[in-house]
Write a protein that binds this ligand. Structure first.
Ligand SMILES: *Cc1c(COP(=O)(O)O)cnc(C)c1O
Length: 238
């Protein structure tokens, strides 16, 4: 077994231990392997350990990887999630390549992704990015904006609204983490009640440092990069 495969095993058992501790059943928390800046070989190793969902932050890099794996390893049937900021001039590549988008934070991007989704493709599964810390500087939406944007997304045929995503403030104490995540979980429930015809079942929250609190609060998808693939090298990124 390679070290990437060992890392995946270790994180999977950490997720299961955290689930057991708060009485959540197994298989309700999905691991999203964040592979930004990592080469195809590393992704292949993870895929061979059974990992299927991968998260990418950079449009061109992500599109190249999607093309590589659909050409050379279609049997792996990887599922690609876009988790980076989206500039409107790059939205077409996102619409053409990704099954999921976690970072919708304005109507213009939602509309463009809908319009640019190739005919005959499945709808894009989308999450709205929420600002749980209430900080002005952080990207993401507040509660009123979420309901406004949900109204638009639910009317777009090529997008399916699945839930919310957050990158919370960098707090290390468990109680604060839990309270921010719990707010998000409550917001997701409100949305699910308002839009019963959508399939609002997803909370993308929890990273290496706050995974346990996210699991207690009800996350369905944790996003882990470094603990799987090792530290990133950004020297070739502008
Ligand atoms: C990079 C990234 C992650 C993974 O971070 P690690 O610290 O490497 O685990 C998770 N979520 C988002 C949105 C990211 O950009």
């Amino acid at each position: 077994m390679t070290s990437i495969q060992q890392n995946i095993e270790q994180i999977t058992s950490q997720i299961e231990a955290a689930q057991q501790k708060c009485g959540r059943s197994r298989e309700t928390v999905q691991l999203l392997a964040v592979s930004k800046t990592k080469p195809n070989e590393a992704i292949l190793e993870a895929a061979q350990a059974g990992q299927r969902a991968f998260g990418e932050n950079y449009v061109q890099e992500g599109a190249n990887k999607v093309a590589h794996f659909s050409e050379h390893h279609p049997e792996l049937d990887l599922e690609w999630h876009f988790i980076g900021p989206i500039q409107s001039n790059k939205s077409r590549h996102v619409a053409e390549n990704f099954a999921w988008v976690h970072t919708i934070d304005r109507s213009k991007i939602a509309q463009r992704l809908n319009d640019q989704r190739p005919a005959g493709s499945e709808p894009i599964q989308v999450l709205m990015q929420v600002n749980t810390s209430g900080e002005q500087s952080k990207s993401g939406l507040n509660e009123d904006e979420i309901f406004e944007l949900a109204e638009l997304i639910s009317s777009l045929p090529n997008l399916t609204l699945r839930g919310l995503m957050s990158i919370p403030a960098n707090v290390t104490d468990y109680a604060s983490q839990l309270s921010a995540f719990t707010q998000l979980a409550e917001l997701k429930e409100k949305l699910a009640q308002r839009y019963p015809e959508q399939k609002i079942d997803t909370l993308s929250m929890g990273m290496s440092g706050d995974m346990e609190a996210a699991i207690e609060a009800g996350t369905t998808m944790v996003r882990i990069g470094t603990a799987i693939f090792g530290a990133r090298d950004y020297s070739n990124k502008a």
